[in-house]
Ligand binder design. Structure first.
Ligand code: NAP
Ligand code: SF4
Length: 678
């Protein structure tokens, strides 16, 4: 047992096998599961997490048959010849003393295929395909298919399977009347509706044998109208236990739920209370999950007895070495998942390979290979935002001599703005992570230092990386110099007093952030779990189906109007898996969102606009905040080129229009690899 985090590092004895600690790398589709040619990369991805100390990995979902696929020709394990490719994954994990389970996921009506099936022919709001109601014969065959997949998983070397019974997929669709209108023995009374998962667990146990893990992901809190009652959840949990499951995992929220369950504004460990609630009814080990991203949070949850294991999926994408660093007593070295979804789930939902904003190597382990420097270079990195931090750390770790310059008082660049937004305090972790990495790698950091060509010339640098970032764009609007106009930086840095009525020009990521900041007060940076549950309508008493209650309307601090020129829906360009929640939050705070605006002028009366070239309107306001995007900060680029100094442009200085930390950090890594090879 470890001295650090003793509950997290306590082994779990399952009788026929032991898990070395209490960590589970929860299932997450990476996009590497669908094609045989990607399995070497998938094996490397899991191998790094196993080497990093994870006790039990769970793969992304594999369908038990064609109709259950998430995507056309998506991941599936139903034929003997499909097992070969999996053996490289399982042996890579076993080589490091970890275990791995294959997740069996039947998408049901969430399948993005015309052949999808469900309990009844009811279309989901998140897929364009209406499912066919599966026949009775089809149900029996599907149960046999689950058993077959488990048998094949065992043959491929897996230590177990996870049966995905939550998030609104096929099994969930049988459990509730909102999606199950059948009048045969698979519909009607709850006893009938829950027959499918119980029969599946029984069949899987029979097929796979006693010494094989069956994890069942139980939908404990559906968060949709007409979802399960608490009594139904408990009844099903007990029946799953009796049917032969080994471990019960916690499932929170259907994908179509309109309550955020994993993104940044969700408080850490916001749903462990649900796992704790079922504890008195179930004897099996329980896994809890959702927004647990630090060893301290995991340890606290385990120590309080809320669960027996902690599932973290995205935190292990962000840092494969998470567990080893925790065990060594160095949590400050962990690259923390900030729950942004920008490179993981947003990619998966666009059928792109997943990665991680703070760790671009995730799911690309075989591509980004960093080597020790063969010739040591003198490198200057100008700008200590995400791009510059990434480049400086990578270069110094390769063995180059690196000077990092920034005119600001602190490292972090745009992250220092982001972390001041309510619900975005996780960005602090990334700044902390890079700062300790700079120190460990021996980067010489020069803050409050303005550099020009002379400084860089005198430093006799072999290469210069320009990561100078961006400057806010000032749009040409009549009255832009009016005293009531200020920039988003003024507002976020709390540099100017802001009145009660505010118009925000520009509804990109930063416009949304500023609106969120304005409707809250500066002191309200994070919500506690009770405030979060009240604001989003989650009932810890579980009085209604789905665990829902009426949300308590927030009291916005200011009256905000958020405007854009485009005629598309305001917020349409935000992240696929998070944009809707940011929009819903602003709507709850009565933010008026206006698309198709032309900005005519700003004067004492306020902001004069024309909407859709027709309707003239004056937004009476005390302040107008400009969030109209950015332009690259390139003041020293040309002088550097003229002086013949090799220069690499990255981050916002490279492309301002897509100012994006994901690209910035990745470009820092790519540029370091490039310089290393020169
Ligand atoms: P952005 O997303 O490009 O949005 C800029 C906004 O300004 C748009 O609404 C644009 O819409 C408007 N605009 C552009 N030129 C204008 C002009 N000349 N006059 C008036 N309006 C103009 O940029 P951002 O909001 O500064 O965000 C930058 C980046 O930060 C994003 O790309 C994102 O990667 C990141 N970020 C994301 C989030 C998030 O997703 N939650 C939060 C913060 C930051 P119209 O052209 O329609 O007016
Ligand atoms: Fe976490 Fe964001 Fe990385 Fe996804 S992209 S793993 S949410 S930090």
């Amino acid at each position: 047992m470890s001295e650090n985090y003793p509950h997290l590092f306590r082994p779990l004895d399952l009788g026929y096998t032991q898990l070395k600690n209490r960590s589970v790398m929860g299932s997450m589709h990476t996009g590497l599961e669908d094609r045989s040619k990607h399995f070497p990369a998938l094996a490397k991805y899991f191998e790094e997490r196993a080497r990093g100390g994870v006790a039990l990995c769970v793969t992304g979902g594999f369908a038990p048959n064609l109709a259950g696929s998430l995507l056309p020709l998506g991941s599936k394990l139903s034929r003997s010849w499909e097992t070969g490719r999996h053996a490289q994954v399982t042996s890579a994990v076993h080589a490091h003393g970890s275990k791995i389970a294959l997740q069996i996921l039947h998408a049901g009506r969430y399948g993005y295929t015309p052949i999808c099936v469900s309990a009844s022919a009811i279309k989901s709001p998140i897929s364009m395909f209406k499912p066919r109601a599966i026949s009775k014969r089809g149900i029996h065959k599907t149960i046999r298919d689950y058993a077959n997949t488990a048998r094949l998983a065992r043959k491929a070397g897996y230590d177990g399977v996870e049966i995905m019974g939550s998030e609104g997929y096929f099994i969930n669709q049988f459990l509730v009347e909102r999606t199950n209108k059948r009048n045969d023995e698979w519909g009607g009374e709850f006893e009938n509706r829950m027959r499918l998962p119980v029969e599946i667990v029984r069949a899987v146990r029979e097929a796979a044998g006693d010494d094989f893990m069956i994890i069942y992901r139980l939908s404990m809190l559906d968060l949709v109208e007409g979802g399960s009652t608490w009594e139904e959840v408990v009844t099903l949990g007990k029946a799953i236990e009796a049917a032969g499951a080994t471990i019960i995992n916690t499932g929170i929220g259907w994908h179509e739920a309109r309550i955020p369950t994993i993104i940044t504004p969700v408080p850490r460990a916001a749903f462990t209370w649900v796992t704790e609630k079922i504890r008195e009814h179930i004897q099996l080990p329980l896994i809890t999950s959702n927004r647990i991203n630090s060893p301290d949070t995991a340890e606290a949850v385990l120590a309080s007895g809320q669960a027996d294991m902690i599932s973290m999926a995205r935190p292990f994408l962000a840092d494969a070495e998470f567990m080893n660093k925790a065990q060594a007593g160095h949590p400050e070295q962990i690259n923390t998942c900030i729950a942004c979804n920008q490179a993981c789930l947003d990619h998966v939902f666009k059928a792109k390979r997943a990665s991680c904003l703070v760790n671009p190597r995730a799911c690309h382990e075989t591509e980004f290979i960093t080597k020790a420097a063969s010739s040591h270079k003198n490198v200057a990195v100008v700008g200590a935002g995400p791009a510059g931090l990434s480049a400086a750390c990578e270069l110094a770790e390769m063995g180059h001599k690196v000077d990092l310059y920034d005119r600001a008082k602190a490292t972090g660049g745009q992250f220092n703005l982001a972390r001041k937004i309510p619900g975005k305090t996780e960005f602090n972790e990334t700044v902390r992570y890079f700062n300790q990495r700079l120190k460990a790698a021996g980067v010489r950091v020069h803050l409050e230092t303005e550099v020009d060509v002379n400084v860089l010339n005198n430093g006799s640098y072999d290469q210069v990386v320009l990561a100078t970032g961006v400057v806010p764009r000032t749009p040409r609007i009549d009255g832009i110099d009016h005293a009531k106009v200020c920039s988003y930086i003024d507002v976020i840095e709390n540099r100017v007093p802001v009145g009660e009525r505010v118009a925000v020009i520009g509804a990109g990521g930063i416009g949304f952030d500023v609106a969120e900041l304005l409707v809250h007060s500066h002191s309200e940076q994070t919500m506690n779990i009770t405030q979060f549950n009240n604001e989003w309508g989650i009932d810890e008493e579980y009085r209604e189906r789905g665990g829902l209650k009426s949300p308590i309307a927030p009291h916005p601090q200011k009256q905000v109007t958020l405007l854009q020129r485009k005629t598309t829906k305001v917020g349409a360009g935000l992240g696929k898996t998070s944009g809707w929640a940011h929009r819903a939050s602003l709507e709850a705070n009565q933010v008026d969102m206006i698309a198709g605006a032309r900005y005519d002028r700003i004067d004492n009366a306020g902001l004069h606009i024309t909407i859709n070239d027709k309707e003239k309107r004056v937004i009476a306001c005390d302040n107008v905040v400009i969030c109209a995007g950015q332009e690259s900060e390139l003041a020293i680029y040309e002088p550097l080129q003229q002086a013949g100094i090799p220069v690499h442009l990255i981050g916002g200085a490279h492309i301002a229009s897509e100012l994006d930390a994901k690209r910035a950090i990745r470009e820092g890594l790519e540029t370091a690899i490039k310089i290393n090879e020169i």
